[in-house]
Design a protein around this ligand. Structure first.
Ligand code: NAP
Length: 288
């Protein structure tokens, strides 16, 4: 069995794929879940908050029903899971398999950045949080997904959501960048270890207009205007790249880090963020 797909139940890369997206209640994860749902996949999205994850699943299902002109109830499901909670992750994957009989695609989307500032100033709580959420969780979800049968049917795909900051040291997000650089390495290592049944790739977005990037997006053209494509990303810009890396059009790709940043890294990466005058986040309280 090789990872030519996932092809999904219809054998064409569309309807039938079972896709699990961590952190799908808003932002990039919401865009990714929407894109897969729009293509006819069966989608499970997760987040920490019951209300927001349920609302997101409902909105995505409604949009799909409207677009497709038909209803397939139960094809978009939200479940509560702190991304680093192993029991919750296991329950999500078991639920996907119980509902749909398989898992074809895992998108490790959740990521956090609670420390803006010089790297030597990071405290242990923030360091642990960043590495737990950004590195440990993708590894754990991948392991559990493989145990749940990822790749067993038609070949599976894991797509990790990294960051272009992993490739451009020097800005005020050094710890976050280190965690995402480690995620890139993990992507490549797992691509080797899980071949040929599961392909493992990553996207490395630039600044995307989401809650996480509010401070940066507030800089407007002063920041985005410096980049070749002169705008912030939208969640669907990233979703399109994720869909490509998860689907049959990329069947001979594994271990790749696809930068999706409007060319920002070509002209400086993190220094433009500093130049835009972003300040460190003031306080931090770890939440489970
Ligand atoms: N936005 C950017 O400019 C940008 C750039 C490069 C890379 N990225 C990466 O893209 C990914 C998504 O970022 P985003 O901008 O979409 O973030 P976001 O707007 O903050 O959304 C984060 C999503 O993850 C969920 N979430 C957060 N912490 C969680 C946790 N501990 N457990 C479970 N769910 C959690 C949130 O829902 P709840 O709050 O309900 O849990 C929400 O659905 C991250 O990996 C980030 O590092 C973002």
């Amino acid at each position: 069995m090789t990872a030519a797909g996932p092809t999904g139940a219809d054998g064409a890369g569309g309807d039938g794929r079972v896709v699990v997206v961590t952190g799908g209640s808003r932002g990039i994860g919401y865009g990714i879940a929407s894109r897969f749902a729009e293509r006819g996949a069966r989608v499970m999205l997760t987040s920490r908050k019951a209300e927001s994850v349920a609302a997101a699943a409902e909105a995505i299902a409604a949009a799909r029903t409207q677009a497709a002109g038909r209803s397939r109830p139960g094809d978009v499901v939200g479940m509560v899971a702190h991304v680093a909670d192993e029991a919750a992750a296991r329950a999500c994957l078991a639920s996907a398999v119980a509902r749909w009989g398989r898992v074809d695609v895992l998108v490790n989307n959740v990521g956090v950045n609670p420390h803006f500032g010089t790297t030597l100033d990071v405290d242990r709580a923030r360091w642990d949080k960043i590495f737990e959420v950004n590195l440990w969780a993708p590894l754990m979800w991948t392991r559990l997904a493989v145990e749940a049968g990822l790749g067993r049917a038609d070949g599976g795909a894991v797509v990790n959501v990294s960051s272009n900051l992993a490739l451009a040291p020097g800005g005020p997000s050094g710890v976050y960048g280190a965690s995402k650089a480690a995620l890139n390495y993990l992507t490549q290592q797992l691509a080797v270890e899980l071949a040929p049944t599961v392909r493992v790739n990553a996207v490395a977005p630039g600044v995307v207009d989401t809650d996480m990037a509010t401070v940066l997006v507030a800089q407007g053209d002063q920041l985005a205007g410096r980049w070749p494509l002169a705008r912030f990303g939208a969640p669907l810009d990233v979703a399109d790249a994720v869909e490509f890396l998860a689907g049959p059009q990329s069947s001979w790709l594994t271990g790749q880090i696809l930068v999706v940043d409007g060319g920002a890294r070509l002209v400086g990466g993190t220094d433009v963020i500093e130049a835009a005058g972003c300040s460190p986040k003031p306080e931090y309280s770890p939440k489970m």
